[in-house]
Ligand binder design. Structure first.
Ligand code: AP5
Length: 196
């Protein structure tokens, strides 16, 4: 299986690039953010709990998002060539759990790509999206900056976990969507022989 962690700050382009990756490589997109927003819309107990954190731009507790990923892996693993993990893992605990869950299912992460985007561009992208997205966490500069701060303080160091496994690849996330996708595709193509 080709299993990809697509990593980066809020606004880095994870969701946008995930769509292009799953189409080109015929993979399944697993976004914890999309899943949680869906749970909020359906007003499930998990959604009601998660909303308290998401509206402030804080991380939802590890056990909640780990549970989501475990269920999705079981649901889709026989139906796909692999997964794009978007917005997960965001802590080292989540990264270790993901490795364990994949090992139990006879597979592993092939590569992790981190989209690198300048702070001012992140703020611009999220502010622009906030005009039409309806996402509470896109509303206002303070919450947008808080999400980026949380990424820098609590999530960014997940890169070290993948660097130690020689699976980390930094990707220049500035430029047009297609330019960035070309860089991503080149990296995936080089690493594909390692998929198992
Ligand atoms: P999540 O849904 O993962 O959101 P995020 O990380 O804040 O990411 P965004 O969706 O804002 O950005 P993106 O990188 O996907 O960029 P996108 O392609 O959308 O998480 C939301 C919340 O859920 C978290 O804050 C947390 O509370 C909770 N959560 C989720 N996962 C969790 C976990 N594992 N643990 C704990 N809590 C968790 O692009 C952004 C905008 O830019 C779009 O408008 C897009 O059109 C535009 N754009 C994209 N690329 C370009 C480009 N090249 N040029 C110009 N504009 C561009």
């Amino acid at each position: 299986m080709l299993n990809i962690v697509l990593f980066g700050s809020p606004g880095a382009g994870k969701g946008t690039q995930s769509q292009k990756i799953i189409q080109k490589y015929n993979l399944m997109h697993l976004s914890t953010g999309d899943n949680l927003r869906n749970a909020i819309e359906r007003q499930t107990p998990r959604g009601i709990e998660a909303k308290k954190y998401m509206d402030r731009g804080e991380l939802v507790p590890d056990e909640v998002v780990i549970g989501i990923i475990g269920r999705r892996l079981d649901e889709f693993r026989d139906k796909t060539n692999g997964f794009v993990f978007d917005g997960f893992p965001r802590t080292k605990i989540q990264a270790r759990e993901l490795d364990d869950m994949l090992t139990e299912r006879g597979t592993s992460i092939t590569l992790m790509m981190a989209l690198e985007v300048e702070h001012s561009e992140l703020v611009n992208r999220l502010t622009n999206r906030g005009k039409s997205s309806g996402r509470p966490d896109d509303q206002g500069i303070e919450i947008i900056k808080n999400r980026i701060t949380i990424y820098n303080e609590r999530t960014k160091n997940v890169m070290d976990y993948y660097k130690a496994q020689q699976k980390y690849f930094g990707i220049d996330g500035m430029g047009t969507v297609d330019e960035i996708f070309d860089r991503i595709s080149n990296t995936i193509n080089q690493q594909m022989p390692k998929a198992k």
